[in-house]
Structure formats: structure tokens, C-alpha cells
Design a protein. Structure first.
Length: 151
């Protein structure tokens, strides 16, 4: 099982490293990919955030597993913001993503750094440490959404 997981992670990392044009046959595929990655990241982060806020019972293993998944997934969607992916059905991305790409990339990197902190915090098993890290991730997500996501 560990070998299979390592293989899956290696394949995903290779896919992220390839140019976006090579990954997606159509812009709609890229949009669907990034939306799916964001959804999976939110679902995993949401589990940890619910525990941190007291809306769900704390389970250290679930928190650790979910934080690890969220951190990994946080590296995936960015290749899908290539040329031609600014239009499409159900596209909630603002045009500023492409006109201010440096700022967008900076926000993405900050969120990923906060996810790394969350993953480290979840590995401690300390709910108080996790609460602090959840706040960092939530703040990073909100900053980017406020600037680059349509309501």
C-alpha cells in the first residue's frame, strides 16, 4: 500500500510539473481540474477546521490525515490557471488572476506555506496548535478569494 501511495504521489507531482498545455486537452478540462482540486482541498481542510472550531469532535488521526491531504492538494490547482482558462461555464475566477499573475501566485504560495504549518500542527495532535494553524490557512484562503474569486 505504501508503494502504491508513493507511486500515486510521484505521478501527481510529475503532472504538476508538466506545462499546463500538455496536461489539458481543452480549457474546460483545466477549469474542471482546478475546481476539483480546490473542492478536495476544502473538504480536507474543512474537516480540520470543524474540529478546531468545536463543530466536530476532535480526532487527532483524522485531523492529521486530512491536513496531510490538504497540504498535498494545495500544490495541484495552480497549473490549471493557464492561458485560455479565464472563461467557461461556472468559472468563478476573476480576470485579475491573469492580469496580476504575480500577486495571485504570491497568494497561492502563502496559502501553501500555511498548509505546511497546518500539516505540522496536526501531526502534534495538539488541538490548540491546530487551531492556530487553521486560522492561518483560513486567513490566506480569504485573502486570495477576496481578491481573485467572484462571489
Amino acid at each position: 500500500m505504501k508503494k502504491l501511495s508513493a507511486l500515486v504521489l510521484a505521478c501527481a507531482a510529475a503532472a504538476v510539473a508538466a506545462p499546463a498545455a500538455a496536461q489539458f486537452a481543452k480549457p474546460e478540462d483545466a477549469i474542471k481540474y482546478r475546481q476539483s482540486a480546490m473542492f478536495l482541498m476544502q473538504q480536507n481542510f474543512g474537516r480540520v477546521a470543524a474540529m478546531a472550531s468545536g463543530r466536530a469532535p476532535f480526532d487527532a488521526k483524522v485531523a492529521s490525515d486530512s491536513a496531510a491531504a490538504a497540504e498535498f492538494i494545495s500544490r495541484l490547482p495552480w497549473a490549471a490557471y493557464g492561458e485560455g482558462t479565464d472563461k467557461g461555464r461556472d468559472n468563478r475566477a476573476k480576470p485579475e488572476i491573469w492580469s496580476d499573475k504575480a500577486k495571485f501566485n504570491d497568494y497561492a504560495e502563502k496559502m501553501q506555506a500555511e498548509m505546511v504549518k497546518l500539516n505540522a500542527a496536526a501531526k502534534t495532535g495538539s488541538l490548540d496548535t491546530i487551531k492556530t494553524a487553521v486560522g492561518g490557512v483560513g486567513g490566506a484562503c480569504k485573502t486570495c478569494h477576496d481578491a481573485f474569486r467572484k462571489d
